[in-house]
Design a protein around this ligand. Structure first.
Ligand SMILES: NC(=O)c1ccc[n+]([C@@H]2O[C@H](COP(=O)([O-])OP(=O)(O)OC[C@H]3O[C@@H](n4cnc5c(N)ncnc54)[C@H](OP(=O)(O)O)[C@@H]3O)[C@@H](O)[C@H]2O)c1
Length: 246
């Protein structure tokens, strides 16, 4: 099989880690960018030469450029880009500060935009780009006002990128996970007990009566990257156990 290369941001935690692992299992080489040295090292230890690690921040354009240059120098090609890095801070509208607002938009919107823009020179016909949004893009919740807005922006970017790149044979799709068990839960900033109550409510409201696993999201990402999805572009693939679909 011809070697293929995935570049993914945040590919050592949660959904990103499941995606890195699945693509490596399917014969891909995977280039991973993120800020945590420990997270990157653990990947290198596990996957050796199948993975390329690069310490960088998606809010810094120079880091993204160096990441792709490093990837091209090492493997000479780029086939799939997954703009996965994201943050979620649960804050009531009154609690949002200018700094927290800017931080969320910097990582979740600016980061996604330039992760794609800087990849374009290296992408050829048949390439696939997947942007990780969230079902929160189409729902309203006081504590997710900023997060939801960033993810709605990601969905919008997916449409515009698809309009520009699809005629060149580059497919662009958005993947919107529902509630998925990952380390992001520990970063929401909820007080003790609040998260478990929310998860109980979400479970009850989800037609499949459970939350998702990172592997289930990775499977959908693999589908969008594959030739099986050859006529899919500009879509928003929602993988949420039905929560936002009914
Ligand atoms: N889990 C869910 O329920 C859920 C639902 C809908 C959508 N999503 C989305 O799915 C994506 C993955 O989330 P997850 O649940 O897997 O969370 P996670 O385990 O916290 O992973 C997020 C990843 O993003 C990276 N990241 C954050 N800020 C970054 C920055 N400035 N530069 C580079 N990398 C950065 C993190 O690495 P470092 O912090 O070490 O850099 C981490 O590897 C996110 O976009 C999230 O919004 C998740």
């Amino acid at each position: 099989m011809e070697m293929k290369v995935l570049a993914i941001t945040g590919g050592y935690s949660g959904i990103g880690l499941a995606t890195t692992s699945l693509f490596i299992e399917r014969g891909y080489k995977v280039a991973v960018m993120g800020r945590s040295e420990q997270g990157l090292d653990s990947l290198k230890e596990k996957y050796g030469d199948q993975v390329l690690i690069f310490q960088g921040d998606v809010t810094k354009l120079a880091d993204i450029e160096m990441f792709y240059q490093f990837c091209i120098e090492k493997w000479g090609r780029l086939d799939v880009v997954v703009a996965n890095a994201g943050i979620a801070e649960a804050q009531n509208v009154e609690a949002v500060t200018e700094a927290s607002f800017d931080k969320s938009f910097n990582v979740n919107v600016k980061g996604v935009f330039f992760t794609v823009q800087k990849a374009i020179p290296f992408l050829k016909i048949g390439a696939s780009i997947i942007l990780i949004s969230s079902i929160q893009a189409q729902k309203g919740a006081g504590v997710w006002s900023v997060y939801g807005a960033t993810k709605a922006a990601v969905r919008s970017l997916g449409r515009s990128f698809a309009e520009q790149l699809s005629p060149q044979g580059i497919r662009v799709n958005v993947l919107s996970p529902g509630v998925t068990q990952t380390p992001i839960f520990d970063k929401f900033g909820f007080e003790e007990g609040v998260l478990s109550n929310i998860l109980q409510q979400v479970t009850a409201a989800t037609p499949l009566r459970r939350i998702g696993s990172p592997n289930e999201i990775a499977n959908a990402i693999l589908f969008l990257a594959s030739d099986e999805a050859s006529f899919v572009s500009g879509a928003d693939f929602q993988v949420d156990g039905g929560l936002a679909q009914i």
